[in-house]
Design a protein around this ligand. Structure first.
Ligand code: PAF
Length: 282
């Protein structure tokens, strides 16, 4: 596996691969790789000739009081994982490579961002689309792989790709979970032991909510039930619980269309998000 740290090396490599007729798959990450990332690399390897994984903890998608400094990092460990799981290239730029100067043109997300994490983390998705636009231009992939755990991010990236005609196919892969149901996340290592013990109850709550929806309870009943379940957890607090149409992320009155039940929960060690997407129940 080759490691590139500069834009020039990365671009020259992709250009050559594409001239040789190879299809390039891209797995964008912020590192501290886990089985969720690995599943993206495996899928990319199945579908593409070359897999490029990027590791960049993107400062512009963190708010001033968020966990940018505490975000887990371990490049040597990540390198091994990427190499052993089908990545041909690791793109590992520094902040000064990605943000050499204050850009005179800013990207701002205006759709699908006024709910969920977009509402709770102002500017977060502006930072995400900014870095992805840069990475897409540098790597020029044919396909880009994202996990469904970050459902709002996926919905926004879908809009970015379509609105700005990136010649990239978005591939959405299922959320990978621990045996006890907790969604895999780089942030899980920052949970205290007692928080980690109760964290699977987030997904249990989502599953319970889905069951209630399928049994015919109203959106409000399901929301209130889930909120109560989460409020009773021993540690942490609910950041949001929402039920919306997906991928538009608009309020819904019933479960007769594709719907997301999503939550964010703030533990002391980490803020976790999770969701379930339901096809319409009639
Ligand atoms: O999902 C992530 O890890 C990040 O938001 C991404 C897509 C790598 C952009 O920084």
């Amino acid at each position: 596996m080759i490691v590139f740290k500069t834009i020039e090396e990365m671009q020259a490599y992709t250009k050559e691969q594409k001239q040789n007729g190879f299809k390039v798959g891209f797995v964008p990450t912020m590192g501290f790789l886990h089985e969720g990332h690995v599943s993206l690399m495996h899928r990319a390897k199945q579908e593409c000739d070359i897999v490029v994984t990027s590791i960049f903890v993107n400062p512009t998608q963190f708010g001033p009081n968020e966990d940018f400094e505490r975000y887990p990092r371990d490049f040597e460990r990540d390198k091994e994982i990427a190499k052993n799981n089908g990545s041909d290239v690791l793109f590992y730029p520094s902040s000064s490579v990605i943000y050499p100067n204050e850009a005179g043109t800013k990207l701002m997300v205006t759709k699908r961002t006024n709910r969920l994490c977009g509402e709770k983390r102002p500017g977060h998705f502006d930072g995400v689309v900014t870095v992805l636009t840069k990475l897409f231009h540098i790597i020029q992939p044919d396909r880009a792989y994202f996990g469904q755990k970050d459902a709002q991010q996926v919905a926004i990236v879908d809009d970015l790709i379509n609105s700005y005609f990136f010649p990239i196919q978005l591939v959405i892969c299922p959320t990978i979970r621990e045996e006890d149901g907790l969604a895999k996340s780089s942030r899980n290592v920052n949970l205290r032991d007692d928080e980690r013990r109760i964290a699977p109850q987030l997904y249990e709550g989502l599953r319970g909510a889905k069951e209630k929806a399928q049994k015919g309870e109203t959106v409000n009943e399901v929301l209130q039930w889930l909120y109560k379940i989460l409020q009773r957890l021993e540690y942490g607090e609910v950041d949001y619980v929402e039920i919306l149409s997906y991928p538009e992320l608009q309020p819904v009155e019933g479960f007769d269309q594709k719907t997301i039940i999503a939550l964010a929960y703030q533990f002391e060690g980490a803020r976790l998000i999770d969701n379930i997407i339901m096809e319409g129940v009639r």
